[in-house]
Design a protein around this ligand. Structure first.
Ligand code: KG4
Ligand code: ZN
Length: 336
């Protein structure tokens, strides 16, 4: 069974084709991605209306590209999957509309997928996929969650952010430091030249005794520190970036270790854009190695939003019998 996946929840248009296999995880046949980052950069953040319009321009050419790469025809597609939410309403509607229109035209069933389930299952696209059960650390621009995963569709939320997401903390701090948008990767690059112990920044909820996160206070602390530095900020920017990154990463690593310990598990999957962070990977790998815990990441190019994870999640849900794709002549999205 071939599943075409369409992702359009925010500022990347992603399309991919996966094929299910008996007694194995589905295989990725082809995927293509168009990032709108450059287009939004001028505005310092994602402009929803521009995002929707660009998805409209990109999605069908990307689908054609993917089918050509895989040596397939549109008529070879058995199921069309799309991101149903969460995300920007207008952006989601583009993917949903196109997916349901393709399904109707081809008389093939359609399946809406939760964006975070896509991230969560994205490590199954790697050469060394994880085994259930595992802890999942989902760290993106909009979410920070720790979950226990016992199988496809069997997810237990252990903790999540009560305010900003980890990616938001990176992006907002980067903006304060004048590093542009999206700031996460830029802040991380600058941090490599700085001293992570230079500034004492808060580690919110580190000792809260639960697995929840809070990053809003950190952003305020970075702002206070930047104001205090005044004209000296330019000189100390790398130090402040390094201290910020260290604070975010320490909380993510300590809470992840606590989740593993509480659940008695020895496997963790890290997914979402922040999962590409170098320091997070270094520290989590080191701490997990000490404890005999296996860490799984998606391939680096599949950490951020993409169509492959959506096609994969749909294929795995169908394969596990959790959900069946159905013919659809109307569609809906769930922005929240
Ligand atoms: O999963 P994703 O692509 O989109 C959402 O669903 O949100 O995550 C995007 C987030 C942004 O906040 C971005 O700054 C952050 O991931 N990010 C990083 C890095 N690469 C992406 N944050 C820190 N270090 C990175 N290397
Ligand atoms: Zn995402």
């Amino acid at each position: 069974m071939k599943v075409l996946g369409i992702e359009s929840s925010c500022d990347e248009t992603g399309v991919a084709l996966v094929e299910t296999r008996p007694a194995a995880a589905p295989a990725l046949l082809a995927h293509a991605l168009h990032s709108q980052v450059e287009m939004h950069q001028a505005y310092g953040g994602v402009v929803p209306e521009l995002a929707s319009r660009d998805h409209i321009r990109r999605v069908l050419p990307l689908a054609q590209q993917v089918l050509a790469q895989a040596g397939c025809q549109l008529s070879d597609v058995d199921v069309v999957a799309y991101t149903r939410g969460p995300g920007l309403a207008g952006a989601l509607l583009v993917g949903a509309g196109v997916a349901c229109a393709l399904g109707a035209a081809l008389a093939k069933p359609v399946l809406g997928v939760h964006h975070l389930e896509g991230h969560l299952l994205s490590p199954f696209l790697s050469a060394d996929p994880p085994e259930f059960p595992f802890i999942a650390l989902l760290v993106s621009g909009g979410h920070t969650q720790l979950m226990r995963v016992d199988g496809v569709g069997r997810y237990e939320m252990l903790g999540e952010t009560i305010d900003d997401a980890a990616g938001e903390a990176f992006d907002k701090s980067a903006k304060l430091l004048g590093l542009g948008y999206p700031g996460g990767p830029a802040l991380s690059r600058l941090a490599q030249q700085g001293d992570p112990t230079a500034f004492k920044l808060p580690r919110p909820l580190l000792r809260s005794g639960d697995l929840d996160f809070s990053f809003a206070g950190l952003k305020t602390a970075v702002l206070t520190q930047a104001k205090k530095l005044g004209e000296d900020l330019d000189e100390r920017k790398a130090d402040l970036a390094a201290s910020t990154e260290a604070a975010i990463v320490e909380v993510l690593v300590k809470k992840s270790l606590a989740a593993l310990e509480r659940q008695g598990l020895h496997r963790i999957v890290v997914a979402g854009g922040v999962g590409a962070n170098r320091l997070l990977r270094e520290q989590l790998n080191a701490e997990c190695a000490k404890r005999g815990v296996r860490v799984h990441y998606p391939e680096l190019d599949l950490c951020t939003d993409n169509g492959a994870m959506i096609a994969m999640a749909a294929a795995m849900r169908m394969q596990a019998g959790v959900e069946r794709a159905a013919p659809r002549y109307s569609f809906d999205v769930k922005p929240r």
